[in-house]
Ligand binder design. Sequence first.
Ligand code: URA
Length: 334
Amino acid sequence: LPDGSHVQCFFERSCPLLKVCTPTHVYIPPRGSSHPRILFYGESPGGEEDDGNSPFVGRSGRLLRSVVEEVVGPDYMDHVTFSNTVRCFPHEQSSYGKKYGRTPTDEEILECSYYTTQEIETLNPDIIMPLGNVAVRALLGEGLPGITRLRGRQLTLRQNEKEYLTIPSLHPSYIVRGGGKDRAQLVADVKQAWEIATGTGVRRVTYTITDPDELCALVDTWIADYKAGILPWFVWDLETAAEKKGGGLRPDDPTFFIIGASVARSGTEGYFIPTQHPDLPDTVDSIALRSHLLRLYTTVPTVMQNAKFDVKCTREFWGVEPAALVHDTMLSSY
Ligand code: URA
């Protein structure tokens, strides 16, 4: 096998599920370590992966491997594993036999998730890195922000009562298409994952607060620290959704609603305050949560990711204005 890989191949050449996928159904197994520090998930193999029977051996694969080698070292295949959320090459075939790659369908992704679940359980990776929107959706579900906003964040994948730290990043083919200008972002994300997996990185945690008394105490402390000059600002990010796909970014969508807000005062610890989460049990007093949250928002200056959007939402839906805007990280990225 190329790369001197150790991973067990679940099914050698053809997929036994064979229900909805491409006409050839050639299963391309994961390659790399059998207990990886990082398990990378791409979208699906391309023509070169199909020929080589290994994930990420084509053009974008070479870019990904060069990044991983740069961060992990030349023996990277002993420490990481490459896989895909769809394991055969989704393609159309022309009348003279040429294969054209295409995006996998939702059905194919769903069908192949059988392997993903098994693979994650068997390989038991320290960290999972989905690359690009398709892999993020396949692993973590719908409703998350797009990859350019999500990359580098520390998320949790829950499966069979286990939790896996998951750090999404850009797909290498997106970087190749952009002429390589975003390569440094992939390097930074792989570096973050590698440092956490090897014990030198910073693991950020997010707590969900559903107890109004707990939130009241936190808000009191932050406001007191602000008044004492210890806390100049806090970071604020609204989480929104709508019934319709994409509607969560459009406050004028009739089904739009605010799920809650994420707040933080340091880079290692964040809090999510749900104010209208569809999964919240009836016992959670979201009105009390919202009033404590807004006490913070209207007293302590904030740093935001996209102030125009958040300020519009809080003004129109909750009738409040932020105490002051210190910095909008979106503007600095422009
Ligand atoms: N793109 C992917 O998503 N996976 C591969 O294996 C190759 C290219």
